[in-house]
Design a protein around this ligand. Structure first.
Ligand code: FES
Ligand SMILES: [Fe+2]
Length: 421
């Protein structure tokens, strides 16, 4: 449970809100690179409550601009993308990737208006198959973080995006909640005998460790009498979850395949669910991965099999096939988080031990936010400080005499400042 005030602090991300200001201090993934082409169709994107347009110019440079033309406000996404700029359809004002106005064809020939005119443009970087942006104050722009999935060979990392129709924190909390794995994602109806270890042991022991970058937690299950199974998830602030691969006993394509979720606020009531799948040893099959997720989206990335059609839940399948009657792991996750409401009223929750990592995430996020409000610093969440190769999510097996931290020690320097003091 969270007080109404803390819930508002956690969830509201508009410009000028405390969380909105903190989140804007991080680089965030925005558009999948494959959606853009030189002189191709501009992509509209709502991000952090702002309406933006992303386009690739004739030379392959990418721009991310305010969607609305500074002349009289028409959408630049309607515009003509050619000859190194985006030209507004209404009166032809043309802007380059930096937002500089290049031409105002309806103005007098000697007009100085174009030179003086700029549309808001955010800086961009390309990495891991995505266009990233930074929306915070220019003077506070952090170095671009170097994540491990940027370095895998071509085709070994694929990025996807879709919209969660709820607040970012709700979507994220679904990914730090290992105890739902054997229930929501159960492969057989509830009344039938469980198949997989995580379905048999429904009470994983969750243990959380706070870290400099956020937190990590391990779900420990009994694999058999002599062995424990650990699944360690990383939760780098402000909106990532690093999900472990399925480990040595899984089919080959899932054995070492890693998943990074970024839950980037679209606005207070919806979220970009960005997923990077990567595997250093195998290529990622995009079509197969899309089918596996179960989420189907329209051209604006809203689900076509979402709440309006009640996630196409199939009651027959629930009797004879599987627990949820909803096809696809990601669609199941979207269903349970969205049906809480766009911003869940956390004053009404009744939390248990299984929610330990969820509580830890909220606590760390609010603590980091309060420190940011007091000092203007992000001492525990500045991504540019870390060697991200030290911060991976893992699946492993170990002896019941051991602790999971013995197998996965926290690298030096990653303890939180308070704990180190
Ligand atoms: S509104 Fe864009 S040029 Fe007039
Ligand atoms: Fe899930």
């Amino acid at each position: 449970m969270l007080s109404h005030e803390d819930n508002e602090l956690l969830c509201r991300i508009g410009a000028g809100t405390p969380m909105g200001e903190m989140m804007r201090r991080f680089w965030m993934p925005a558009v999948v690179l494959g959606e853009l082409a030189p002189d191709g169709k501009p992509v509209r994107i709502r991000l952090m409550g702002e309406d933006l347009v992303c386009f690739m110019d004739s030379k392959g440079e990418v721009g991310l601009l305010d969607e609305h033309c500074p002349h009289r406000g028409s959408s630049l996404a309607l515009g003509v993308n050619e000859d190194c700029g985006l030209r507004c359809l209404f009166h032809g004002w043309k802007f380059d990737v930096n937002g500089q106005c290049l031409d105002t064809p309806a103005e007098p020939e000697n007009s100085k208006l174009a030179k003086a005119m700029k549309v808001k443009a955010y800086p961009v970087k390309i990495a891991g198959g995505m266009v990233w942006t930074y929306m915070g104050p220019k003077e506070a722009e952090p170095p671009f973080p170097h994540f491990p999935w940027f370095d895998v060979p071509e085709g070994h990392c694929e990025a996807f995006r879709m919209i969660y129709e709820c607040n970012y924190s709700q979507a994220l909390e679904g990914a730090v909640d290992s105890s739902h794995a054997g229930i929501l994602h159960r492969s057989v109806p509830w009344s039938q005998e469980a198949k997989w270890p995580h379905e048999k042991d429904l009470r994983p022991k969750l243990e959380v460790e706070f870290t400099r970058y956020g937190l990590r937690y391990c779900a420990v299950r009994n694999a058999d009498e002599q062995t424990k199974n650990g699944r360690m998830t990383q939760v780098p602030l402000p909106f990532y979850t690093f999900i472990p691969p399925d480990g040595p006993k899984a089919p080959e394509f899932r054995r070492n395949r890693r998943l990074i979720n970024a839950f980037v606020p679209r606005d207070d009531y919806s979220t970009w669910h960005i997923q990077f799948f990567y595997d250093p040893g195998l290529k990622i099959d995009r079509a197969h991965r899309e089918a596996e997720s179960g989420v189907q989206v329209d051209e604006n990335f809203f689900k076509t099999n979402g709440m309006d059609v009640w996630y196409n839940q199939d009651r027959e399948l629930m009797k004879h096939g599987e627990m949820s009657g909803i096809t696809g792991v990601a669609l199941e996750d979207h269903a349970v988080s969205e049906t809480m409401g766009k911003i869940a009223d956390r004053t009404k929750e009744h939390l248990g031990r299984s929610d330990m990592a969820v509580v830890a995430f909220r606590r760390m996020m609010l603590k980091t936010l309060r420190r940011f409000q007091e000092t203007g610093e992000l001492p525990e969440a500045d991504q540019s400080r870390f060697d991200w190769n030290q911060i991976t999510a893992e699946t492993f097996f170990f002896d019941p005499e051991q602790k999971w931290q013995d197998i996965q020690p926290l690298a030096d320097g990653l303890q939180p400042i308070d704990a180190a003091a």
